[in-house]
Design a protein around this ligand. Structure first.
Ligand code: NAD
Length: 445
């Protein structure tokens, strides 16, 4: 439990924007950290940030890379590469997801960790920003291998995570089961007497193992609160309106199911294997069952296959990107017919594409505002564990709704008053909170 973070030099590269309609590999999409930095810089300028605060937040506090061995079902041993980046903890313990993906890399983790810092600051959650993961494809491993990979990684992270230090959660390729394995491993390492006091080492656990009611669907629910606020302000009745969702995992499928209950129609969706459409409506609940059984939306009998370009060009009112980062380039922005883009994924939109969307009069509700439902309810889960409490679903959901709507209004008013786009407003609000803390506390010694 005493492994110390190793410092790895940052090597950001330039960020080419794909103009073709094909989804590209993450490696060829441009550097996510460079894009995240550009976004934050606009926020820094907007608040005329203090140079010392700017210097501190410009790089993550800790960047950890761990290579660790795991025995496969065949008996062979395979090496895995794991990451944990801790960006900033001035507001509270580092907090952020664990991603299992074959193209996971350090710069991606740095971008995602930084976004967590500003997301928590914007929503006034007393957490900092972290992100981690393992570079491998979880779909090509058995459940027993996934368990051994997760437990060995948790053990290797050692004291680099902790219930008051750094608290992981699910992200792409991980889920409640992954979190329960992480929790159980950590509990066994700290020993019997400490065991129950460290349950909050991770959030996003199953309800039976100490998770919160409402956590699984929280990100989708938060996105829908943003959509209903936007619709109300734009005098749009969602009943009978149409929407498309890219990615039908945790975030995409819950968004689709909750929005369908409000009377809106899911007309197209897609995942890593392809896209489907039905202008009469796809049944989001049945589709989620199909994905649960087959692992993908394709072959769903209620829809017909379409190309990626057809997906982006579908007639619809709302678009929710909920797959991976950098899926919405200039090419896709030209095709899009939606009136609003509500970012469920982290960093789905290239800066150049966002400019084009805004020029075209398409509103963009940025990721750190729209997809914060997950970290908000993670905070509620952490609080419940800390206080040995159990809140019912109604209480969790009403708290989430109040917080999402309050922060939506905060960003809207800030952007209007200071005449800036919503993304810059989100960073400016978060940065101001962080700056006030640094200026009050000073830099030790
Ligand atoms: P998930 O693994 O449950 O689902 C991801 C979905 O995206 C899957 O349907 C997958 O097939 C699809 N996908 C992957 N690559 C694709 C591609 N190239 N084209 C189209 N679809 C593709 O992950 P998730 O938890 O739903 O996370 C989705 C996004 O939301 C990520 O950006 C994540 O960081 C972000 N996010 C998640 C949470 C959360 O609570 N889970 C919270 C905030 C933000």
């Amino acid at each position: 439990m005493s492994q110390k973070p190793s410092i790895v030099p940052a090597t950001p590269s330039t960020s080419p924007v794909p103009t073709a309609g094909q989804s590209t590999s993450l490696a060829s999409r441009g550097n996510l950290y460079t894009i995240a930095t550009q976004q934050v810089e606009k926020g820094c300028k907007a608040i005329n940030i203090d140079p010392s605060v700017h210097a501190i937040i410009s790089q993550p506090k800790n960047e950890l890379i761990i290579n660790f061995p795991v025995r496969m079902d065949s008996g062979d041993v395979r090496m895995f590469k794991g990451y944990r980046v801790q960006h900033n903890n001035i507001l509270g313990p580092f907090k952020g997801g664990i991603r299992y993906h074959e193209e996971a890399n350090l710069d991606e983790m740095k971008a995602l960790a930084a976004w967590m810092t500003y997301k928590c600051a914007l929503h006034d959650i007393p957490f900092g920003g972290g992100k981690g993961g393992i570079k491998f494809n979880p779909r090509s491993h058995s459940k027993t291998e996934l368990e051994r990979i997760t437990r060995r990684f948790t053990h290797a992270l050692g004291s680099n995570i902790g219930p008051e230090w750094d608290i992981p959660a699910p992200d792409v390729g991980t889920n409640a089961q992954t979190m329960v394995w992480m929790m159980d491993t950590y509990m066994n390492v700290v020993g019997a007497t400490e065991k129950n006091s460290v349950r909050r080492i991770v959030t996003g656990k199953s309800v039976t193992s100490g998770g919160s009611h409402g956590r699984e669907q929280a990100t989708g629910r938060g996105i829908v609160h943003c959509i209903t606020e936007w619709a109300r302000e734009n005098r749009m009745n969602l009943d009978g309106r149409s929407f498309i969702v890219q990615g039908f995992g945790n975030v995409g499928s819950h968004t689709a199911r909750i929005l369908s209950k409000l009377g809106a129609t899911l007309v197209a969706t897609g995942d890593y294997r392809g896209y489907i459409a039905n202008p009469e409506g796809l049944n989001a609940h049945k589709l989620a069952e199909h994905v649960g059984a087959t692992g993908s939306v394709i072959d769903y009998r209620g829809g017909r296959p379409i190309t990626r370009d057809e997906f982006f060009g579908m007639d619809c009112d709302v678009f929710v990107p909920a797959a991976l980062e950098l899926e919405l380039g200039v090419h896709e922005a030209r095709l899009l017919k939606a009136k609003v883009v509500v970012e469920g994924a982290n960093g789905p939109t290239y800066p150049e594409a966002e400019e084009l969307l805004l020029e075209r009069g398409i509103d963009v509700i940025p990721d750190i505002l729209a997809n914060a439902g997950g970290v908000i309810v993670s905070y509620y889960e952490w609080l419940q564990n800390k206080r040995s409490e159990r809140w019912d679903l109604e209480e969790v959901e009403s708290r989430l709704e109040r917080r999402m709507k309050r922060n939506y209004a905060l960003v809207r008013d800030f952007a209007e008053e200071r005449k800036m786009d919503w993304r810059t407003a989100c960073y400016a609000i978060g940065l101001e909170r962080i700056q006030t803390n640094y200026l009050e506390r000073g830099v030790f010694p």
